[in-house]
Design a protein around this ligand. Structure first.
Ligand SMILES: *Cc1c(COP(=O)(O)O)cnc(C)c1O
Length: 436
């Protein structure tokens, strides 16, 4: 009888020198491959893997990349899902990120060999997308844009803001706490449900650094309510020299007929805001970024402030932002624009294919959402593949992971948040976990 296989555990050095494993060491680094080797050696000792299958088991154990973040199929129907990385980048933006990831001319004018303005092309693309903006600035995210504005315009002074706009965005991020952390004092006006232009103008005085309007984003107040639109507030502030800053959050460059109630950058500036702030990775469909657009003198003040240096974006975000604005429609825009007939056809085809393979699958109508704190009361008509409830967990643990949602005892995979080119991968992922 041969020796106990558990005694024949291949040595770490032997496995790391194997012809099939060496390329993985080059691709992923020695430490990650060593982790996989150790895991497999444990399994051999436990008798779960044959010693002769060690190399194959190590290869199967290796991660795809040296980072642990994995691509996930978002079938939640929430287009901008914060827990799933918000806006997925377009292929054009991903290619731009890859190109800019190495050594790149982000701050060098190659024609003269001199230092050039950082990210000028991305800023020009922003101004082109929002013609009402004299100037633009990009920082790390919209919270950073708010912090910069509050510091540069409001430190030691007052920021006038409506009580109904002192909002919490999510995960404990409260805008009033962020503003006060900069040393600005908040001058709250109006009540929770109502505020008028006179409330604002009465509060404005020599100590006022700016008037701030914050889009409530993730909730609505109904009933006996009144807020002051940007145009009315701008008119009321005429002659006061107090800047009106509007944080619109979601970052639509221009009005979108699919989301009639969502504020956009161009209209907000055209209505008279001096600065408008937004996120880059919500409805704009780009990388995480904070966009600041508007009056050139104010943008210049922010750019010159020492805090700007701590908030500026890296070269890959600038590249992704420019490609999002100049390149083909980003995924979020395509998902928003998808017509429900097309979504139903895709759900029907997917369900038929799965049912043909013996999976309990039917196409159903569903309601998708913008997410990321946008258009909270605006369901988007959609279509989904309905599967047995127990598949939700298996799909999440699959490869690639698929995240759907459970409703009324069924797992729904909503297709508005899945691009058509991913339908094939979605079908394969379901078939893999449904055991067919
Ligand atoms: C989402 C949101 C923010 C925060 O944006 P980040 O880019 O996540 O920092 C700020 N203000 C409003 C109105 C928002 O909707």
């Amino acid at each position: 009888m041969s020796a106990d296989p558990r005694r024949q555990v291949p040595r770490t050095d032997t496995l790391l020198a194997d012809g099939q494993i060496v390329p993985a060491v080059e691709r992923l680094g020695r430490d990650l491959v060593k982790d996989a080797v150790r895991t497999v050696q444990e399994r051999i000792r436990a008798g779960d893997v044959a010693p002769t299958a060690a190399v194959a088991a190590v290869l199967a154990e290796l991660p795809d990349t040296a980072a642990s973040l994995r691509p996930v199929l978002n079938a939640t129907g929430v287009l901008v899902h914060t827990n799933l990385g918000r806006a997925p980048l377009s292929a054009a933006a991903l290619a731009a990120v890859a190109a800019a990831g190495g050594t790149t001319d982000v701050e060098l004018d190659l024609a003269t060999g001199r230092r050039g303005p950082r990210g000028e092309a991305a800023l020009a693309a922003l101004r082109a997308a929002v013609p009402a903006a004299e100037a633009a600035l990009v920082v790390n995210n919209c919270a950073a844009a708010l912090a910069l504005v509050a510091t540069a315009l409001g430190q030691g002074r007052e920021l006038v803001i409506a009580r109904g706009e002192l909002v919490e965005i999510g995960d404990g991020f409260r805008i009033p706490e962020l503003l006060e952390s900069t040393g600005a004092r908040l001058r709250e006006v109006g009540t929770t449900n109502r505020v008028t232009a006179e409330d604002y103008t009465r509060a404005v005085g020599p100590d006022t650094g700016a008037v701030l309007k914050v889009h409530p984003s993730n909730f609505v107040v109904r009933g006996f309510t009144r807020s002051v639109p940007v145009a009315e507030l701008a008119a009321a502030l005429t002659g006061t020299a107090v800047p009106l800053v509007a944080d619109v959050g979601s970052g639509l460059p221009a009005p979108d007929p699919v989301l009639p109630d969502e504020p956009d950058l161009q209209t907000t500036l055209a209505d008279g805001a001096d600065l408008v702030l937004a996120s880059g990775d919500k409805l704009l469909g780009g990388p995480q970024a904070g966009l600041v657009l508007g009056r050139a003198d104010l943008v210049q003040r922010l750019r010159r402030h020492p805090l700007y240096r701590a908030l500026r974006v890296d070269k890959t975000a600038l590249a992704a932002l420019e490609a999002t604005l100049r390149g083909p429609l980003p995924p979020v825009s395509r998902m928003l624009a998808a017509d429900v007939a097309g979504l139903r056809a895709r759900a029907g085809a997917l369900a038929a294919r799965l049912a043909g393979a013996g999976v309990d699958a039917v196409a159903v109508d569903s309601a998708a959402r913008v997410g990321g704190g946008g258009a909270p009361e605006h369901p988007l008509p959609s279509a989904a593949v309905s599967l047995p409830e127990e598949l939700a967990e298996l799909l999440r643990a699959g490869s690639p992971p698929v995240v759907g949602y459970v409703e009324a005892g069924r797992t729904l995979l909503d297709l508005r948040s899945v691009l058509p080119e991913s339908d094939e991968a979605l079908a394969a992922a379901v078939l893999a976990v449904a055991g067919r």
